[in-house]
Design a protein around this ligand. Structure first.
Ligand code: ATP
Length: 437
């Protein structure tokens, strides 16, 4: 069997790694990255050039294609592949609207009673600003279209919210993606991401993951962590898949729900139509079942009869970002220490460990081994889950660089991940992740 993975990040590296474990399949990646290049041939095609990807899949006789990022899905990669008789795992363009338009997503939730923050949609900046001025409570401004995770402003004040509206709608900071904005109520609670497989009708929830979005953030919301996966499946995942089917947008593939667990129950913040990055990097190593097997169950509509098997272990991933990340990451600095990081016991690309504390200790030992100018990262990945009650690295980790970085501390979007693979800090691939399972 020939399998193609589309994308070039840590998520795609984790997918390629996982597929490599599975069977004797021939694996290709487009465009891939140097880490992926160590385990599969990388084809020099842009992940957005869906025509070239389809032609290439035909030429290579690819049996099954996995798509990492959202842009090719939103551009209709799956539709195009299907038209050409190729099998691709993921939602069609119509189903990918769930991620590519927040206005679509919010309206769908409202129409079908799926819990989400109250909101209003605006095409006119003056009306949006008027709405913001009339609000007594802080609000969140979201651009409608895809903005690479940067189109959301959680505004503490009306001025901040208005500035976000002006940046999106007047200055067009996100191009056409910001022509329409959503103004929604600010929610408080604990954030959780849930992944599920969907075959159009059945939903199979996978593990929940917690992404640490900000450096140094210690959430102090109400403790709603005990809220079960059942409530999320029952109130969010199954209703949305049903709603999409009703709308003629049958949803097949991975569905990622970003949720706030509030005192009133789970509320949808966003849906993504693919595996999240970095969450995929810690979830895939824990999945014992094969990825091909899972995709086959989805594509054949037999998900109801498929049950995932999980390894009873823990995974911790820490991303090492380049100085200036996420706005203008510094590129070109040599990175050293990757072999030493990979040599830490239990740490290599996705190695095994016994429990979360041990996984953290080893992941951070590997993190310290990787050296480059302007290295920034979080020291608290997995700390809360490990029950430490405070944000600190494991004891033998506090030595080298001080908390969080080698140099001055600066807020970043921190991400968890799991691979140690690339040798140079290049362009958009300016994050390196070190992980341990
Ligand atoms: P990403 O895909 O990077 O998570 P996104 O651009 O699709 O981001 P959202 O997930 O909708 O956007 O929002 C990003 C973050 O903003 C959320 O993870 C959450 O921390 C915060 N946020 C979004 N909506 C709200 C809300 N209504 N109340 C409080 N915080 C919110």
């Amino acid at each position: 069997m020939k399998v193609l993975v589309i994308g070039s990040g840590g998520r795609e590296h984790a997918m390629a790694w996982k597929l490599r474990q599975e069977s004797t399949l021939s694996l290709f990646c487009a465009p891939g990255n140097p880490g992926i290049g160590e385990i599969a041939p990388c084809l020099p095609l842009s992940s957005n050039d869906i025509g070239a990807l389809a032609a290439c899949a035909e030429q290579y006789g690819i049996d099954l294609t996995f798509v990492g990022p959202e842009a090719p899905l939103a551009a209709g990669l799956v539709d195009l592949f299907e038209r050409r008789g190729l099998r691709a795992f993921g939602p069609t363009q119509a189903a990918a609207r769930l991620e590519s338009s927040k206005a679509f997503m919010k309206t769908l939730c409202r129409r079908y009673g799926i819990p989400t923050a109250p909101f209003a949609i605006f095409d006119d900046p003056a009306r949006a600003i008027e709405d913001i001025r009339g609000r007594a409570r802080p609000c969140v401004i979201k651009v409608d279209g895809l903005a690479a995770g940067k189109g959301v402003t959680v505004a503490a004040t009306a001025e901040e919210a208005i500035a976000a509206v002006e940046a999106a709608m007047v200055a067009r900071r996100f191009g056409d993606a910001g022509a329409r904005v959503i103004v929604e109520e600010m929610l408080s609670g604990e954030e959780v991401s849930v992944f599920a497989l969907c075959d159009g009708t059945a939903v199979c929830p996978l593990l929940a993951a917690q992404d640490h979005k900000r450096l140094g953030d210690l959430d102090r919301g109400p403790n709603t962590g005990g809220m079960g996966a059942y409530a999320i499946t029952d109130q969010v995942l199954e209703p949305v898949v049903w709603a999409m089917a009703q709308e003629g947008r049958r949803y097949r593939g991975v569905l990622f729900a970003g949720l706030m667990l509030t005192a009133d129950g789970p509320q949808v913040l966003e849906f993504n139509v693919r595996l999240g990055d970095p969450e995929a990097q810690v979830l895939l190593p824990l999945l014992e079942s094969g990825l091909v097997e899972a995709a086959e169950a989805v594509l054949s509509g037999s998900l109801e009869r498929w049950t995932p098997r999980w390894r009873p272990e823990s995974a911790v991933g820490v991303v090492l970002a380049a100085d200036g990340y996420p706005d203008s990451p510094r590129t070109g600095d040599p990175i050293t220490g990757l072999p030493e990081a990979a040599a830490v016991e239990g740490v290599r690309v996705f190695h095994a460990g016994d429990n979360l504390n041990e996984a953290r200790t080893r992941a951070y030992r590997a993190v310290d081994a990787v050296r480059y100018e302007g290295k920034i990262y979080r020291r608290d990945i997995g700390a809360r889950a490990a029950g430490r009650g405070r944000i600190r690295p494991p004891a033998d980790e506090r030595s080298a660089a001080g908390p969080g970085r080698e140099g001055d501390r600066k807020p970043i979007e921190a991400r968890s991940g799991t691979n140690v693979s690339e040798e140079r800090n290049q362009g958009s691939r300016s994050q390196r992740s070190v992980g341990h399972r």
